[in-house]
Design a protein around this ligand. Structure first.
Ligand SMILES: NC(=O)c1ccc[n+]([C@@H]2O[C@H](COP(=O)([O-])OP(=O)(O)OC[C@H]3O[C@@H](n4cnc5c(N)ncnc54)[C@H](OP(=O)(O)O)[C@@H]3O)[C@@H](O)[C@H]2O)c1
Length: 320
């Protein structure tokens, strides 16, 4: 399995290029120009594990699949679903991190299985989805979340970079849906949540590839919602604002420096809450959307961005 093709621009980030500029950072950090730049429905399958001790929650015994669970929002969602009793199957390319998240969930009494899979590779996506479905007895909830950033002007971006962003963020979501849907059709129910971004709604000069990929996710979600609504399957897009994950945080930056940067960044960039989101806050929105509390919601794009796309603050020049 190819795990060497990790191309997330955030991991290439250079902490030195941090610059606090008003609205220099948008949802989807690598766009940011920062240089920061699981198993049924009722534990149904024969041989399905029943080791989860977290039984009090909304997702007890549910099978939850997450792409991109080794880090950030996906990792927070995997932990939150497991805490509420779900059996969580998640993927990512970084095996060590995947095993660590799996261990943390199991140590806390939850049930999770990490599968090494690259969302860009069809056979790996099919293998991942089918393994989660067979281990946990179907797929009740799918959180198609894996993504990478990109922060270059179109004329400075190679065709390979453009293709990689689309292959990960858009085609990867298509591949996940393609292989999740047959399992949900068998059960005649299911919930799919796909991670788009506030950057789908609010472009920046250097966000062409990222914004295009996240808009594609919204389009895919709308069409899939129409196709599978009659079959009892809900499909929605989540649009997080800038969230404190490795996607935006430069590697190696000390905690106090990062805290200081975040404090300065918030009021300049997020009209409304004037701060970055935490991954756990986005994960809570995912669980809400996946729960039975939104039975009539499908085809929607849900912004969870602290108000950053609601408006643009007017700063008046000095009259003196
Ligand atoms: N953080 C933000 O400000 C923000 C804002 C709006 C939207 N988003 C979106 O939220 C999602 C999660 O981002 P995050 O902030 O949690 O970033 P993150 O901490 O960098 O996590 C990204 C996740 O995606 C996985 N991934 C990337 N490429 C993959 C591939 N080819 N195959 C399988 N997994 C892959 C990574 O796993 P491996 O590296 O192990 O493969 C990792 O688990 C992304 O879609 C991102 O675009 C983030």
């Amino acid at each position: 399995m190819d795990t060497n093709a990790h191309t997330s621009t955030s991991s290439d980030a250079d902490a030195k290029s941090l610059a606090v500029g008003r609205r220099s950072v948008l949802g989807g950090a690598a766009v940011l120009g920062l240089g920061i730049t699981a198993f049924g429905t009722t534990a149904h399958a024969a041989g399905a594990p029943s080791r989860s001790r977290n039984k009090a929650g909304r997702f007890q015994g549910k099978s939850v699949l997450i792409t991109g669970g080794t880090s950030g929002i996906g990792r927070a969602a995997a932990k939150a679903f497991a805490l509420e009793g779900a059996h969580v199957g998640f993927c990512g390319r970084r095996t060590e991190l995947g095993r660590q998240v799996e261990r943390e969930i199991r140590d806390a009494g939850g049930e999770a299985t990490y599968v090494e899979a690259d969302i860009r590779v069809e056979d790996q996506v099919r293998g991942f989805v089918d393994r989660v479905a067979s281990r946990y007895g179907g797929i009740d909830v799918a959180f198609n979340n894996a993504g990478i950033g990109s922060g270059k002007l179109p004329h400075e971006m190679s065709v390979e970079e453009w293709d990689d962003v689309q292959a990960t963020n858009a085609r990867g979501v298509f591949l996940a849906i393609k292989y999740e849907i047959p399992h949900m059709l068998k059960a005649q129910r299911g919930v799919i949540i796909c991670t788009s971004s506030s950057a789908a709604e609010q472009a920046r000069p250097n966000s062409a590839a990222y914004t295009a990929s996240k808009r594609a996710v919204q389009g895919l979600v709308k069409s899939a919602a129409l196709a599978y609504g009659p079959k009892g399957i809900r499909v929605n897009a989540l649009l997080p604002g800038t969230t404190d994950t490795p996607f935006v945080r430069p590697p190696g930056i000390p905690d106090p420096d990062w805290a200081k940067y975040k404090q300065a960044w918030g009021p300049l960039n997020v009209d409304g809450f004037e701060r970055m989101a935490e991954a756990e806050e986005i994960a809570r929105a995912v669980l809400g959307l996946a729960s039975d509390d939104f039975p009539y919601m499908t085809g929607a794009s849900i912004s969870v961005d602290g108000g950053s796309t609601a408006g643009r603050r007017m700063i008046q020049p000095s009259r003196t």
